[in-house]
Design a protein around this ligand. Structure first.
Ligand code: SAH
Length: 484
């Protein structure tokens, strides 16, 4: 094994660097050098249009021709980015003789320095190197870090850079300075930046510097939408919140696949609410959020779909606000959007539906408050949540208010999950079909002309099952048919 590389960040501002080659790779390297303020000298017989434009704008020097060791005079570094192995070797040899560090693109043996993969957040740079041996691995790690480091890191790095002198004056000892930074980073500062509350962030920083705020760590709650089940439908922000959480209060609707992505040493508490089984009372959920946030924990309140679509997210925010607990909200992909997509049903369509309504109908009371006249209108799509129990009432009222009994529907059970099932038919047979196929929660009803498209546009899981139930038969035998 050769010795490890010595990592360093070089100041190239105003310094000349030679790039040999004028193709796309040379262009990328030149761009990175310009970003660092270097003065690139590009030597090649031909340049890409961008390189040419930079030359014409006076940003780079161009030496037209084949490599000559004289090109190295006055340069601090050289990058060989030609596809000619002999030229690359000649560049490396000439550089070595002049004690100039050389990077030969994709050639670890010939190189005397490597360019790391970079994650950049303002003045903060994370450099990843595999010593040139496994660049793909370094790039893979880079992509992972990109998703983990949100934009607040830029603001933090800029703030700390700007305030460096003041912080040093206030806390001359390294140990107290470290404690100050630890307190800052464990407190609300990163969240304030994520929320784009820059003035408040600065105020908080100022108060911390003047020691006007106590050092106890303030807890907070992130109300996070977990989407319909497929973990790939989580947002990056949801993933970050789950990675930083101390406590995760999750609904029963949140899938195992999603929960597996949360921080391993977080405390997971199921506060499930199921249509049938026993459930945690909303007040108890509030109390749990409060209890944990007050002891300084970062709480994630993880909800199926989107927290603000039939998710009682509004009530939870009102509660948190009334108790002075800071919060943030991460939207999720709601069941209507996800189930429609995973069943191949466009919720709107120029030929079939100009609007879509998200409706919930799970009990008699909620039925009576709905505006059936408007729900029964044609050329619109209804996405009905929590409707499995009330399908008969739904059908009868819609038909009574003029919706055609031939209107297509699709019932999507376990949308986006491995066991997704889609049933299709017409409004007239909706409750019977659901009963015959023993549709279980969670299931979403899509009603409207667009639902018929599931028959041709489906792409996920099993194709939709058409109306297999006998039309209008009210006395079905006990069904035994299970999910396909
Ligand atoms: N906040 C959630 C909805 C909660 S209400 C959201 O935005 O999706 C619960 C209802 O959502 C269920 O009864 C069902 O109608 C629907 N639902 C949620 N996830 C679903 C899924 N994966 N498949 C089908 N329906 C789902």
């Amino acid at each position: 094994m050769s010795a490890p590389l010595f990592p360093l960040f070089a100041d190239l501002q105003g310094r000349r660097v030679l790039v040999v080659g004028g193709g796309p790779v040379a262009e990328r390297k030149t761009e990175a050098l310009l970003h660092a303020g270097a003065l690139p000298r590009v030597g090649a017989p031909d340049l890409t249009p961008h390189l040419l434009a930079w030359h014409e704008a006076g940003r780079i020097e161009w030496i037209d021709g084949r490599f000559d060791p004289h090109w190295l005079s006055g340069v601090w570094l050289v990058v060989a980015a030609t596809d000619d192995a002999d030229v690359n070797r000649a560049v490396a040899a000439a550089a070595d003789g002049r004690h100039v560090f050389a990077n030969v693109v994709d050639d670890r043996e010939l190189s005397t320095f490597q360019v790391p993969a970079i994650v950049e957040r303002g003045p903060l740079q994370v450099a990843i190197s595999s010593g040139g041996g496994a660049p793909m691995l370094a790039r893979h790690l880079r992509r992972q870090l990109e998703t983990l480091l949100d934009d607040s890191w830029t603001s933090l790095a800029e703030l700390f850079t700007r305030q460096r002198q003041r912080i040093r004056q206030r806390f001359p000892q390294t140990a107290e300075r470290r404690r100050f930074f630890e307190k800052l980073l464990a407190g609300p500062l990163p969240r304030l930046y994520r929320q784009q509350l820059h003035a408040q962030a600065e105020q908080h920083f100022q108060a911390m510097l003047d020691e006007h705020v106590s050092s106890t760590r303030a807890g907070s709650v992130a109300v996070v939408g977990a989407g319909p089940g497929d973990a790939g439908l989580l947002t990056l922000n949801a993933l970050r919140a789950m990675n930083e959480a101390d406590v995760i209060l999750h609904d029963r609707l949140v899938s195992e696949d999603v929960l597996r992505l949360g921080r391993r040493d977080a405390t997971y508490i199921e506060v499930g609410k199921s249509a049938t089984g026993h459930s945690t009372h909303q007040d108890d959920i509030h109390a749990l959020m409060l209890e944990h946030a007050r002891t300084g924990k970062r709480v994630v309140r993880l909800k199926g779909g989107d927290p603000f679509v039939f998710g009682r997210g509004g009530e939870e925010l009102e509660f948190l606000r009334s108790h002075g607990i800071p919060y943030e909200v991460v939207p999720g992909i709601t069941a209507a959007i996800a189930c429609a997509a995973y069943a191949g049903i466009p919720l709107t369509h120029r030929d079939h539906a100009q609007s879509v309504k998200l409706v919930t109908a799970h009990c008699k009371d909620s039925f009576d408050t709905l505006d059936w006249q408007s729900l029964a209108q044609e050329r619109q799509t209804l996405a009905v949540y929590m409707g499995v129990a009330g399908l008969e009432g739904l059908r009868d009222r819609l038909v009574a208010h003029g919706r055609a009994p031939s209107t297509p529907f699709a019932l999507i059970e376990n949308g986006s999950r491995r066991d997704q099932r889609v049933l299709t038919g017409t409004l007239a047979d909706l409750p019977e079909t659901a009963r015959f196929h023993q549709v279980r929660s969670p299931a979403l009803l899509v009603l409207g002309e667009v639902a018929a498209l599931a028959g041709t546009l489906h792409w996920f899981g099993a194709p939709p099952v058409g109306a297999a139930a006998p039309t209008h038969s009210r006395n079905l035998p006990t069904p035994t048919l299970q999910a396909a």
